[in-house]
Design a protein around this ligand. Sequence first.
Ligand code: TXA
Ligand code: MG
Length: 331
Amino acid sequence: MKPIFADAAAIEHAVKLLQQGRLVAFPTETVYGLGADAANPDAVRRIFKAKGRPADHPLIVHIASTDSLNDWAQSVPDSALKLAAQFWPGPLALILNKKPEVSSVVTGGQDTVGLRVPGHPVALSLLREFGGGIAAPSANRFCRISPTQAVHVEEELGNAVDLILDGGACQVGVESTIVDLSGTRPKLLRPGYITQFDIEAVLQTEMLVVSTQSGQTDSSEQRAPGMMAVHYAPITVALLCPTERLPEMIQTLNFQNKKVGILAYSLKPAENTLTRLIRMPKQADDYAQALYASLRDLDSLQLDIILVEQPPETAAWRAINDRIGKATSAC
Ligand code: TXA
Ligand code: MG
């Protein structure tokens, strides 16, 4: 399936397909989503099939505005309204207790539902024209890198999708921050562009943070497959490497005649016939925007190994470190 430019006619066509229970991939500000009518369980089942995703991994329902929260959530706490007012449309998903009529196919059997108003003009037009909620996980095959360009969706899903709307490269580049508001205390389930501190500043309370690296498996982690240790992975073996060890690692691997891809932001290791270097931006937001496309580029080169220079471990880099941690092993 070739992507088509997301003009008004393409969006109108997309709406018709959604109404028929078909699958439409569309751009959001974070990553491309694989969308289906969230109120049509058969359509939603097609998403799971196209992705190869287990049926118990819940999907995020995209809505056109905060007003639609009541169509999906049993009750909308003040905290949700505050966060929505501050960050929607934008890269934040909220987990709320679902209405009984919301299909458990969408929620993977959970009694909660993930909701988000995406901050991308194409996604918003599609949602407004369609009128209902659009269930949409990232438009990649299960456990693969999320697509940040329309052509990535084509590579990932081929003809398993009925239409790919091309709205250019995604601005944020990593998946939305997920905050669970279904319990007594707000809980950060997935770090993203909107940080823990941004959210705590609005809620005026500390959040529980589910560790994504420790391997602990409390029930909320099981509910969020984005938090499994292996996720977003390239096919090529990828290693996370501290800056100071990078030159030595490259040398050793080259000595073993290994073809090495390098994702570096601070060093400029010399390139040779056995190495392929991608210089990453030094600023966290720009780095995040480029991350998945860069990993995908290196992954397509039939290299023996990809070395990722360890980014700074400050708050601004948290979502990046979370995703890189899942795509790599430690060096
Ligand atoms: O940025 C994004 O959120 C992108 C774009 C397309 O909107 N979507 C996305 O979807 O990343 P997906 O399915 O790849 O990741 C959604 C995450 C999963 O980790 C899922 O478990 C979690 O959201 N999630 C959805 N509903 C949930 C629920 N009811 N309870 C707990 N986690 C939930
Ligand atoms: Mg995903």
